[in-house]
Design a binder for this molecule. Structure first.
Ligand code: SR1
Ligand code: MG
Length: 398
């Protein structure tokens, strides 16, 4: 559903965002508030409203009717604000400790008012600064195992699932992923953005018909496997992490019913992109995260399956194993597409873009392209996260 702006829609400013918070009764009218636009993502405005006296803050997130990173030439449905608040509320039913609280949402203004998580740091930034976040992958594994099982066809009555599939139909944002993750980087497309020093490697990808066909198959899985409500954009920039064991998954505006392996693949890809930015002797925590996220996901998903699956074959030997096997294969392939697009596509990651000197940045991006292709091509042979790590390390050696 494309939702364009109505007469009630107006883009918030720092002062109108603060006024909205007061109007909603979230702060007393006499409060002295500060408000700052802090959004550094690709799509939305994000305001932090803070009352110094009460030492209380909150976040007002507003969708704008275009992709902020590109500008008004790329119109985008405001419906993503409804999708995001509905997904957060649904996720909170199963993992309330791993998502921000939603205080208010307004579909016409495309606004969601959220818990202020300013005491935490975006995981991507922390990882780039050398933090290891020992609890990160266990928390994300639990988030994925629970949210993915309890919104899946294995746990839901078919009519409920059908209703949810409709509620979370998200064509504009799925279209972004179809183009920017699965299509454009595999062709000489105008959205691609890379250093001239990567041209030969990019052209190798565009000429590699077998690889392009595998990417097309993965796109088809993304589009047609309505398995569960996925987050849809689970890179390390969509996660807040703390020094203590505290993790919050934010920004599920790309949520829709898609393949279970997609979020796992994107998370693993972004861990490995960070690993590429580090020297080998600092990569072990990232390798551990890759293993832990899969192991925790599959343990949590399996426990939920044992307790609550409605599947007629739930106890037949091999049934759950086949679901997990397909999920792992998909995750590896999706990870490969994500790694490639972050090196030559439109939306980069700071992990690679801040590597110095420039010559190392280029060599690590070339490795990213090799690793991404290996993950896509070899995904059906991967059985465990160790196979992924081995493929990653082999590419570094060759
Ligand atoms: C036009 S949006 C570019 C990227 O930002 C989002 O976070 C998604 O990853 C999307 O692909
Ligand atoms: Mg985002």
């Amino acid at each position: 559903m494309t939702v364009t702006k109505t007469a009630a829609y107006e883009t918030l400013t720092e002062s109108s965002a603060a006024a909205l918070a007061v109007r909603l009764g979230l702060f007393p009218s006499k409060s002295t508030l500060t408000c700052q636009e802090i959004g550094d993502g690709n799509l939305n405005l994000v305001f932090r409203v803070y009352d110094k006296e009460q030492q209380k803050g909150l976040i007002i997130k507003q969708a704008v009717p275009y992709a902020k990173v590109v500008g008004e030439s790329w119109p985008l449905s405001l419906d993503r604000a409804r999708i995001e608040s509905s997904a957060l509320i649904r996720q909170a039913e199963h993992v309330p400790h791993l998502v921000p609280k939603v205080y208010y949402s307004d579909t016409e203004l495309a606004v969601t008012v959220l818990e202020d998580l300013s005491h935490l740091k975006i995981a991507r930034k922390g990882l780039i600064d050398g933090k290891d976040y020992p609890h990160l992958s266990e928390d994300i594994g639990e988030f994925l195992g629970k949210t993915h099982f309890y919104s899946s066809e294995y746990a839901l009555d078919p009519t409920v699932k059908e209703r949810l599939v409709k509620q979370f139909t998200n064509p504009d944002l799925c279209d972004i992923t179809e183009s920017l993750v699965f299509t454009d980087p595999f062709f000489d497309h105008e959205t691609n953005d890379f250093e001239e020093e990567l041209r030969n490697e990019a052209e190798d990808i565009w000429r590699n018909e077998a690889l392009k066909i595998e990417a097309a198959k993965l796109k088809q899985r993304f589009l047609s496997a309505e398995e569960t409500l996925i987050h849809g954009d689970l890179h390390t920039g969509s996660i807040f992490a703390g020094e203590e064991a505290e993790t919050k998954v934010i920004d599920p505006e790309f949520a829709f019913f898609g393949p279970i392996g997609f979020d796992i693949g994107q998370f693993i890809a972004n861990l490995l992109l960070n690993a590429l930015s580090r020297e080998e002797n600092r990569r072990a925590p990232l390798y551990r995260h890759v293993e832990t996220v899969w192991n925790t996901f599959s343990r949590t998903f399996s426990e939920a399956w044992k307790n609550d699956a409605l599947d007629a074959c739930k106890n037949e030997k091999g049934r759950l194993e086949s679901v997990l096997k397909q999920t792992f294969e998909d995750a590896a392939g999706f990870a490969g597409c994500e790694i490639i697009r972050r090196a030559i596509g439109l939306a980069h990651v700071a992990d690679l873009d801040t590597i110095v000197p420039f010559s190392r940045r280029i060599s690590q991006k070339k490795l990213a392209l090799k690793i991404g292709a290996a993950f896509i091509e070899k995904r059906s042979g991967f059985r465990t996260p160790k196979d992924m790590i081995e493929a990653f390390r082999n590419a570094l050696k060759e």
